[in-house]
Ligand binder design. Structure first.
Ligand SMILES: O=C(O)CCC(=O)C(=O)O
Ligand SMILES: [Fe+2]
Length: 362
């Protein structure tokens, strides 16, 4: 187990000696004369990581939320078709005209910046290893790759069905409560469209996934300026475990997504939400919508902040492919049923959980 003096580990493990006293990336970059990164932040040797290119501007899907909620049935059904294509072909899209105000999004990003700039001892109050801790501050670590550390600090809070958030900086909790409430409403509306795009009744996902007590997380990521950006990694390739994730960032760029086996840089349009499908939408849709791998790289120019807010089923929901879908398509289940909480618990134990629920037909 980690010694008590080195608290910032995402998974219980021994803490590498190189960083035992240097607890966050932010503290590391503030140390005088840092010109190169400590060896256990060095990621370039991983053979699975490859360079990314930019997608053609007009190929990355954009969904106009106002058309999805339009009173004109033709516009709505056309948008549902676009949504289907975006989820099938990319698993990522930009959502525009979503109605969440520009000023609220800006306030949330600024508040996160203020939170990360609080004195260390104030943030330490929220430090912890237990993923079920409702408010958790820490730094990214990968115990599987030789105790490797990522160039990322984070604040992760469970914001629904119960709202948990630090009481500082002053007034920030209220801002985040409003932001997560508004984004949850938009995700729920999108999931109505997704239900229809799967040929299910509009409220299918909401009911089957018990979204009234669905798990929503507010995950703020801080990627400080890195002296050797090509060597470090912000977040390694992963999929998100919920249904849909909303992502915003402070216009710095760094997200890369996998598409047809290649990596692409994604720069969201100003004030848009970047939306991606998660593991449980893949399971529910019996593999029609794949949960797409993505990662965040770092840079040597400016600090990047991103905020991911995924919405998933309620923790006690057992998720399996929608029976109506399997019947209609005459396809067997490609995934085993599993309770959402068990799925998350297993993931933390480092087990390849998504691969273990996926059956050979997927
Ligand atoms: O920072 C980013 O762009 C990605 C963040 C992310 O994938 C996550 O928090 O799950
Ligand atoms: Fe993610």
């Amino acid at each position: 187990m980690a010694p008590a003096t080195s608290p910032f580990v995402e998974n219980p493990t021994e803490t590498p000696p190189q960083v035992s006293k240097r607890v966050t990336v932010q503290a590391l970059v503030e140390s005088p004369g840092l010109v190169s990164i400590p060896s256990n932040y060095s990621y370039s040797s991983n053979p699975n990581e490859s360079a990314a290119s930019n997608p053609d501007e007009d190929t990355f899907p954009i969904i106009d939320f106002s058309l999805l909620t339009s009173a004109d049935p033709n516009q709505r059904s056309k948008t549902i078709q676009d949504l289907d294509r975006a989820c099938r072909e990319w698993g990522f899209f930009m959502l525009v005209n979503h109605g969440v105000s520009k000023s609220l999004m800006k306030e949330v990003l600024e508040g996160c910046n203020e939170f990360f700039n609080l004195p260390m001892e104030e943030k330490m109050e929220f430090e912890g290893k237990d993923i079920w801790k409702p408010i958790r501050f820490g730094t990214g670590v990968d115990v599987k790759v030789e105790k490797f550390f990522f160039w990322r600090d984070f604040l992760k809070c469970y914001v629904h069905p119960q709202f948990n958030f630090p009481n500082k900086p002053k007034g920030f909790s209220e801002v985040v409560q409003e932001y997560t409430k508004r984004s949850r409403e938009v995700i729920k509306e999108l999931l109505k469209g997704v239900s229809e795009s799967l040929g299910l009744e509009e409220s299918y996902i909401e009911k089957a996934m018990n979204l009234d007590s669905g798990l929503q997380i507010f995950a703020a990521n801080l990627y400080p300026v890195c002296p050797q950006p090509e060597t470090a990694m912000g977040i390694p390739a992963h999929t998100d475990h919920g249904l849909l994730t909303f992502l915003i960032e402070n216009d710095i760029g760094g997200l890369q997504i996998q598409h047809n086996g290649e990596w692409f840089n994604v720069h969201p349009l100003p004030n848009s939400f970047l939306v991606n499908t998660g593991d449980h939408l893949e399971i529910l849709s019996n593999g029609r919508y794949k949960s797409i791998k993505h990662r965040a790289v770092v840079n040597n120019k400016a600090t990047r902040i991103s905020i991911a807010s995924p919405l998933g089923p309620s923790l006690d929901t057992v998720v399996s492919p929608a029976p109506e879908l399997m019947e209609r398509e005459n396809r067997p289940a490609a995934y085993l049923p599993m309770k959402y909480k068990d799925f998350m618990d297993r993931q933390v134990e480092g087990k390849p959980v998504f691969d273990s629920v996926r059956l050979p037909v997927a």
